[in-house]
Design a protein around this ligand. Structure first.
Ligand code: HEM
Length: 375
């Protein structure tokens, strides 16, 4: 979720006409539709009244959120960075795939679009790699491979619970690779630190593959891998230093560090419980990662992603702490009290407040962008 960093902008390559801001906004809106449909599906899953009371939205909630929403936003940011018009096919296919999943079309139509969008993402990384090979890109490639595997196996009929490690690593490795890319400015991040990150990424991928065929061995391996990743991030990520700054750097660092805390929860579940395919531990595992870590990363990086995509500034405002604080507080109630102590009502209330936090974040981001003149 970095934006236009020197290693990936492919500066110096012949410029190709790129989709205009309007088209990029259209792609972002596709992600927004997936988010809204996914939140509606979340209400159905919580057993609460939803604006659209559709079983289909509940059934596709997970892949819709992971690929239709987060996947579209992440690949859009990559497409902007890589400066190739064909790269926009990736967010377009993921966004359209999300739409197909919530439409009356057969689910397979959406699944095929998600596979295609994930395959184009790999081609995007190949273009980045040809220009400048780096460990950070390598780690993101591992994440993209996990996403492609997840979409292909989903089409082949493997259930989402069995695909959880792949879905999780798709986004965790993508974000970890981007944090490495950003942290390379720090003198602490030397060749050895990069090799460690690569080793952790390869270990996690091995764990995910083992978890598919031999879950009892694979999940503890994944737990150890995620713990190692957190140790790496706490040691090398610039967030541990910028948290002492003020304004935007501090806000970003706090969101990042809170996200790393939620990764510890996931690692704990995998180490203590092993394979989880349903029940409170499943809810906790999924949302510690996707809300506690991924959504927190999105909140942290929005002030740099949105300006790159929309060519409009998204200035930092202290009010941004509101949605972030609500997200983490409501997730604590949902996961650490509701799921862990078996209080379904807290899972429901925590879930509703998770949704409020996400929507509040969207409102703050949109009003902040609209309130500024075009750059
Ligand atoms: C914003 C508030 C959200 C709420 C209230 C919510 C709620 C739920 C609920 C109640 C379940 C069923 C859990 C179970 O079977 O025990 C679920 C499953 C899931 N959620 Fe969410 N969710 C939210 C956000 C997200 C986000 C942002 C993502 C991903 C980026 C996500 C990914 C998933 C996945 C992958 C599953 C598993 C789906 C399956 O087994 O088919 N959720 N969610």
């Amino acid at each position: 979720m970095t934006s236009l960093s020197p290693s990936t902008t492919l500066r110096g390559t012949p410029t190709v006409p790129r989709p205009r801001v309007g088209s990029r906004l259209g792609l972002l809106l596709l992600g927004g539709v997936a988010l809204l449909a996914g939140l509606d599906g979340a209400l159905v899953l919580l057993g609460l009244g939803a604006p659209v009371d559709s079983l289909r939205l509940a059934e596709v909630h997970g892949p819709l959120m992971v690929f239709g929403f987060v996947g579209t936003v992440v690949t859009l940011e990559r497409a902007v960075a890589v400066r190739r018009s064909w790269a926009y096919l990736s967010p377009a296919l993921l966004g359209v795939g999300g739409l197909a999943l919530v439409s009356p079309l057969p689910v397979a139509v959406g699944q095929v679009a998600l596979i295609a969008g994930s395959a184009v993402l790999l081609a995007v990384y190949a273009a980045i790699w040809r220009r400048q090979a780096s460990v950070s890109t390598g780690v993101q490639v591992l994440g993209a491979l996990m996403g492609l595997m997840a979409t292909a196996l989903w089409l082949r009929g493997v259930g989402i619970p069995s695909l959880a490690p792949l879905l999780i690593l798709y986004l965790v490795l993508t974000i970890a690779g981007e944090r490495l890319e950003l942290s390379r400015v720090s003198p602490a991040v030397d060749h050895r630190a990069e090799q460690r990150m690569l080793g952790i990424g390869l270990g996690l991928v091995t764990g995910a593959v083992v978890a598919l065929v031999w879950p009892v061995a694979g999940y503890p391996l994944l737990g150890l891998g995620v713990l190692a990743l957190v140790v790496w991030l706490l040691r090398y990520d610039v967030a541990t230093r910028t948290v002492r700054a003020v304004g935007l750097p501090r806000y970003m660092a706090l969101c990042l560090l809170a996200g790393y805390g939620w990764l510890v929860v996931v690692a704990g579940i995998w180490l203590v419980q092993g394979p989880v395919y349903a029940g409170p531990a499943y809810d906790a595992m999924m949302h510690a990662v996707f809300l506690g870590f991924v959504m927190s990363m999105i909140m942290a990086h929005a002030p740099s992603i949105l300006p790159a995509v929309l060519r409009r500034p998204l200035p930092y405002r202290p009010v941004m702490y509101g949605p972030a604080a609500l997200l983490h507080a409501s997730l604590l109630a949902r996961v650490l009290l509701g799921d862990a102590y078996g209080w379904p009502v807290l899972v429901q209330w925590g879930g509703v407040l998770n949704i409020v936090a996400v929507l509040l974040f969207v409102v703050v981001a949109v009003t902040s962008v609209l309130g500024r003149p075009v750059r």
